[in-house]
Structures are given as structure tokens and as C-alpha cells.
Design a binder for this molecule. Structure first.
Ligand code: VG1
Ligand code: CO
Length: 543
């Protein structure tokens, strides 16, 4: 086995976004692309000699090849110990858990999450820190800086490592430990939730369908729901992971998980249904005849978490990303909890969780989690729902309506305009920025603009500042419009427009969301000039 130092030159555009580096798979497969980025990570975290790292991914196309390259590079860079999910597989929350439980120096997670997989789709790679969460901005900035000056990388010439057999082996002095991807994470779940109560729920005939969307969670869901909790065979749909996710987008929302939504809206609806995404960190929650928005789900989980053993003493505080609806803020106010507003992306919750300031946090994009790991955790959210349902013994619809009646209701939708030209996006945002000062105090659609600003986050724990995190307008009567650009796309720019209306009117439990939000959608178009600047008259996706 020969240690090689390969000369290379910087590759443009290796800038991590909201969640690591995401690019078309063919880009990742091009000469030196993966190698450069991995070496930049190793250099950017101060070298990896003697360190222990976790390694695994969501199983998408190129996962297996990339893992072999990373192992050879890790050995050549002097890594002491690599903990690898069997078959190269780890869900994102399971990887976070291994990083924490084994007290490692962090980990590499291969995933483009909800983006489709395949040679003509997307791939991704991110580094998580020893605390278990996605690297914060100072670390990703250092990694990016490394990509711009890189001149060589180290790699071993060696045969492929067998990833299929559990146990330890050696690669040029580096210990490789292949672990079961599911076991430790599933054991952790048993410590958090009342498995006996959920088992009794299933034994009583409660019906549940979980759609794994051909992605990484299939084996996790089989183990927890079927083996450990006694849900019947057939509970897990699309449970066999595939490198291209069965040709679909592994994105648990009403568009990409339409068959499941159709099921709960039809005559054979189960009592409860849920889905997760490519790497297992997102969740979608459904009841009979009902889609629960992720923002409402976060609020309901925060309000009821004390029903699960891990959270029985209450929550330290809660947090949500800025565009997420303010439904959880109402719960925090009612319960006297601190509530933090962070920029989009899980990395911003890490400090608050580490400092013990919050217990539960979430995002409108279907990510929710707690302090048990430092990633969002799709199956965790579903298990907390099951625990709550097992205690409350009421249909999902009743729980949601009771929640709205108690705390008030926030109507919410996100409009995505995909693949718009970068220049149009820039024009739109600079136009909005220029307009902000003139909007405050004025009238828009018959309502007063109470605030109009660009969100800057001041991290209360380490004092760091993250600016330009989205433009937001609040309107009298509880309305809010937020504009931001996606940081996970791989082609062109994606404009996200987040619409929210809030009311305390008890009658609102019966109002129609689309109708309530329609005037705001028109205002958003008007104030930002979406149709005028981008030529788009309707969003590609409404989530
Ligand atoms: C999106 C979501 C954000 C989420 C991120 C990663 O980012 O909006 O809430 O944290 O994806 O999730 P953006 O920048 O495209 O809006 V995942 O499940 O893709 O790791
Ligand atoms: Co994901």
C-alpha cells in the first residue's frame, strides 16, 4: 500500500451552503473534486492525524465509491480510527448520535438530503463537529478558504475495504470499525419514549403507515416500528433503500409524498401516517384527512413533549428558524419558555442546544428535533407524535384543532420558485433591500407594514453574527412575508417566499388555509416584483 501525495489545483465553487456542499453527482465524480473537498475539510479542521471520525451516508448513487476514497484519504492523513456504518450507510441523526456517543472528533456525512439521487441528480458531503452537529459558519468558512488554496491531497493506494461485515479491520495503521447503522440510534429512542405505551397503542388496533420513500430510513423504521413496537408488517412503505430513491425526490411533502397524502385523504386512511427524507432528518405528519404543517407540528410537539419520559420535567426553551411560523412562539409564551429565532439551517441550533438553553427546535422545512442529538431527526419526531397519541388517545385531527383553539392558529405556506436566473434573483433582492426603509409604517394591501428588515442573527452563546439571512415584512393583524434564497440547490437560484397569517379567532379552526393566504401571496408578488423580474406567474412548489 503506497501513500501518495497528489498535486492538485483549487476547484471553484466548493462553498458549503445551508447544509454542507451539494452539487450534481457528475460534478462530485469529476477529477479531484471529491478529493480536493475532503482534503480541504481535513486541513480546515486543523488536520486529522490521530483523530477518530464517523463516516456514512444516505446510500445514494456514488455513496459507496465516495466512502472508499474518503477511507483511503483518511488513512493517508493519519486518522487513527474510523467508525463506519455498515454498507457505508448512516442516517444523518444516527451519524450525529455516533459522533456524540463515541466522543469522536466529528464525522463526514454523505448526503444531498431531499434532493434526488442518481448519476444525473445530486450528491453532497458535510462535516459535523465533535458536538455532533453540522459545522458552524466559522468552520465552513475555513474549509472553503482551504479549497481556494489547495495544492495537494494525500491518498493511499489500496484495495476497496469490505464494508459489509461488522467488526474491525486495519488500513495502513488506521482502525476501521464497521457498526450497525440502526442499533445505537434505536436504543437511544427507547430511552426517550414510552415504548410500552406505544406498543399498547398498536396492540389496540391503531393503524399507522410510514413512507420511507426508498431512502435511508427503511431499516430504521422496520426495526423501531415493527420489531421493537409491534406495528404489523406492511406498516413501512417503500422501505428498501435504493441509490436513486426509486426515481423520485425523497422529500416528505404533499407533492413528493403524494401517494401517502392521497391515502390519508381517502376512505382507507390509517389513524396516523408519516414520511421521512433521503437522509432521515425530515418528517411529514398526517392524520385521517389532515396534513399537519411542520410549523404546527413543532408547536404541538413543544406543547405536549412532557407526555414523553425524556421531557417529563418540561423544556429548557424552544427555537425555530426565522421563516418557520410563529406557532411555537405562542406555546413558549403560554408556558413561560424562552424562544429563539435562528437563521435557516440546523447548524444555528447547535450552540443553543449545547448551552442547555433549548430542548426542542425545528424548521418549517419539516425538520424537528431535540437535544438527544445535534441534527434534526425525522423518526424522533414521529415517535414523539406516537407517544403523544398513545397518551392522549385522540385522533390527530382532534389534537390539532384543540391546539389551535388553545393557542391560536398560524396559517402558513412556502412558495418555491426554482431554477431562476442568478441575475434575476439579485435584481429582486436588491430591489427589496432598497425598498425596505420606505415600507415601514406605510400601507400594503390595506394593512400597515409594522416592520421591514433583513434578518441578522446574533448568536447569544458565542456572540457571532450571521447577516443577510432573509428579508421579512410584518403586517398589522399578524401577517408576515419572508423572502430568501435557498442554500441547498444545485442549479440556478431558488427563491423561497414564506407566507404566514396569525389569528386568535376561535372560528379559525374551520378556515381554509389557501383562502386565508391568497391575499398575502398577491402582496408578496407585488412588493417583490416576482412576476415582473423572473417572469414566473406561479411557484413550482407550494409546501
Ligand atoms: C433547506 C431548508 C432548511 C434545511 C435545509 C437542509 O435549506 O429550507 O430549513 O435546514 O434545507 O435540510 P434551503 O437553504 O434550501 O432553504 V436537509 O433535510 O436538505 O439536510
Ligand atoms: Co435531510
Amino acid at each position: 500500500m503506497e501513500q501518495m501525495t497528489i498535486k492538485t489545483t483549487p476547484i471553484e465553487g466548493q462553498k458549503p451552503g445551508t447544509s454542507g456542499l451539494r452539487k450534481p453527482t457528475r460534478t462530485f465524480m469529476s477529477a479531484h473534486y471529491l478529493e480536493n473537498y475532503v482534503q480541504a475539510i481535513f486541513n480546515g479542521i486543523g488536520g486529522v492525524a490521530g483523530k477518530t471520525l464517523v463516516l456514512g451516508g444516505d446510500g445514494r448513487f456514488f455513496n459507496d465509491r465516495a466512502i472508499q476514497v474518503i477511507l483511503r484519504m483518511a488513512a493517508a492523513n493519519g486518522v487513527a480510527h474510523m467508525i463506519v456504518g455498515q454498507g457505508g450507510i448512516l442516517s444523518t441523526p444516527a451519524a450525529s448520535n455516533l459522533i456524540i456517543q463515541h466522543k469522536t472528533d466529528g464525522g463526514l456525512i454523505l448526503s444531498a438530503s431531499h434532493n434526488p439521487g442518481g448519476i444525473d441528480a445530486d450528491f453532497g458531503l458535510k462535516y459535523n463537529v465533535p458536538a455532533g452537529g453540522p459545522a458552524p459558519e466559522d468552520v465552513t468558512a475555513e474549509i472553503f478558504a482551504q479549497t481556494t488554496t489547495l495544492s495537494e491531497y494525500k491518498i493511499l493506494e489500496a484495495q476497496d475495504v469490505d464494508l459489509s461485515t461488522l467488526g474491525s479491520s486495519d488500513l495502513a495503521g488506521m482502525r476501521i470499525e464497521i457498526v450497525d447503522p440502526v442499533h445505537d440510534w434505536a436504543d437511544l429512542m427507547e430511552t426517550l419514549f414510552d415504548f410500552d405505551a406505544i406498543r399498547a397503542l398498536f396492540a389496540g388496533g391503531f393503524t399507522f403507515r410510514f413512507d420511507a420513500m426508498h431512502a435511508v430510513t427503511g431499516p430504521y423504521a422496520e426495526d423501531v416500528f415493527v420489531n421493537r413496537l409491534g406495528a404489523p408488517q406492511g406498516t413501512v412503505l417503500n422501505g428498501t433503500p435504493s441509490p436513486d430513491f426509486g426515481g423520485g425526490h425523497p422529500d416528505p411533502n404533499p407533492i413528493w409524498a403524494k401517494p401517502l397524502v392521497d391515502l390519508v385523504m381517502g376512505p382507507d386512511a390509517p389513524d396516523f401516517a408519516a414520511a421521512s427524507d433521503g437522509d432521515g432528518d425530515r418528517n411529514m405528519i398526517l392524520g385521517k384527512g389532515l396534513y399537519v404543517t411542520p410549523s404546527d407540528s413543532l408547536a404541538l410537539l413543544a406543547a405536549n413533549a412532557h407526555l414523553a419520559p425524556a421531557y417529563k420535567d418540561g423544556l429548557a426553551g424552544v427555537a425555530r428558524s426565522m421563516p418557520t411560523s410563529r406557532a411555537v412562539d405562542r406555546v413558549a409564551t403560554a408556558k413561560g419558555l424562552d424562544c429563539y429565532e435562528t437563521p435557516t439551517g440546523w447548524k444555528f441550533f447547535g450552540n443553543l442546544l449545547d448551552a442547555g438553553r433549548i430542548t426542542i427546535c425545528g424548521e418549517e422545512s419539516a425538520g424537528t428535533s431535540s437535544d438527544h442529538v445535534r441534527e434534526k431527526d425525522g423518526l424522533w419526531a414521529i415517535l414523539l407524535w406516537l407517544n403523544i397519541l398513545a397518551v392522549r388517545k385522540k385522533p390527530v385531527l382532534d389534537l390539532v384543532r384543540a391546539h389551535w383553539a388553545e393557542f391560536g392558529r398560524n396559517f402558513y405556506a412556502r412558495y418555491d420558485y426554482e431554477g431562476i436566473e442568478a441575475e434575476s434573483a439579485n435584481t429582486l433582492f436588491s430591489g427589496l433591500r432598497d425598498a425596505l426603509p420606505g415600507l415601514v409604517g406605510g400601507e400594503l394591501g390595506g394593512r400597515i407594514v409594522e416592520t421591514a428588515d433583513e434578518f441578522s442573527y446574533h448568536d447569544p452563546v458565542d456572540g457571532s453574527v450571521s447577516s443577510a439571512q432573509g428579508i421579512r415584512l410584518t403586517l398589522s393583524g399578524g401577517g408576515r412575508i419572508v423572502f430568501r434564497l435557498s442554500g441547498t440547490g444545485t442549479v440556478g437560484a431558488t427563491l423561497r417566499v414564506y407566507l404566514e397569517e396569525a389569528t386568535d379567532d376561535p372560528a379559525a379552526v374551520d378556515w381554509d388555509q389557501t383562502e386565508v393566504l391568497a391575499p398575502l401571496a398577491a402582496l408578496a408578488d407585488d412588493v417583490a416584483g416576482i412576476a415582473r423580474i423572473t417572469g414566473r406567474t406561479a411557484p413550482d412548489v407550494i409546501a
